[in-house]
Write a protein that binds this ligand. Sequence first.
Ligand code: HEC
Length: 114
Amino acid sequence: MLKYVKWVTVALAIITMAAILQSTTASGTVMQVQNTYSAKCALCHAADGSGNTPKGKELKMKDLRSPEVQKMSDTEMYKLIAKGKKKMPGYEASLGKQACNELVVYVRELAKKK
Ligand code: HEC
């Protein structure tokens, strides 16, 4: 009986630890993509995606949260971020595929926050 209780305790501890680990890595990713956006994208697109920056105005940027931009499919948006378009630099080479995918998700999140 005592042995059984011990195992249950151990199992619970493992489950709790796994849950904590999972939640921290999930929010870690969000933090990371937010940092990437601030470092690489906000200069032109602004922190909120509005494009309301000196550089954004100069380039006549669309609001990333606008329906016009949001109607792009994930694939189209990924391609744009990864490969670039005209004045927009591509980021696949410097940031990698994973980060570009996360940025697509992040741009969707910006639209939800508006
Ligand atoms: C040097 C300024 C600059 C930086 C830095 C930049 N962009 Fe852009 N971005 C642009 C320009 C200019 C366009 C419009 C491209 C076009 O269609 O001519 C654009 C377009 C976009 C679009 C499509 C919306 C549209 O206007 O058609 C998305 C999505 C986007 N950028 C995401 C990002 C992300 C994510 C980053 C950071 C990894 C980033 N951009 C960094 C200049 C920039």
